[in-house]
Design a protein around this ligand. Sequence first.
Ligand code: URA
Length: 237
Amino acid sequence: MIQRLDKFISSQMNISRNDARSLIKNGSVSVDGLTSTDPASKFDAEKSDICVDGKEISFKEHIYIMMNKPQGVVSATQDPKIKTVIDIVPDDLKRKNLFPAGRLDRDTVGFMLITDDGDFAHRILSPSKHVPKTYIAHLRDKLSDEGRATLENGAVLSDGTQCMDAIVKLIDDRGKIAEITIREGKYHQIKRMFASVGNEVIFLKRISIGNLMLDESLKEGECREITSKELESIEKS
Ligand code: URA
């Protein structure tokens, strides 16, 4: 991929085009070992070694971020009043055009995938792909055997919407914490599914998307980059 040097430095380092030009003109940037002071020079981003102050800048066309979303932030790119998931992405992972691939409610925590790759997001969010997503739901009441069977066979929401079958496991002795996997993404789906069997979700966390589990070492509000191997495991789900 042939690119202009200033554009590359600006996008890969998440700095303005002007700051990138200054770095280049100051002699901080080398291409294949040779200092380049021309911001408009072109090179092959997939084949050349670019260093800034001696440190290699690896080329990535897109970025994929795993966030452990905290409560209180919205799944949007911007909001006039409320902090968004994009606002809390740390500077070293920030890029232009980041957006959340999918939605979690403001009070839901857990795995949020953030990217600048629209095609990838479309592939994993497309309803026809049925990429499974698993949640831990803390419930107001014990989940009855009947309620569980209804959710497993395809709940009908209060507005008549028919859900696909789900996988439901109770993971505590009192029957009030469920692990539930769904293959679709209707608005407030998990909360509405449990409401349809007379229960209420009082805490919700997403723990996986496809075969990729939320990294346990990420505290709420923390992020890390998703590796290309992990990315494949989502697409193969
Ligand atoms: N289902 C919900 O009800 N809320 C979420 O945030 C995600 C799935």
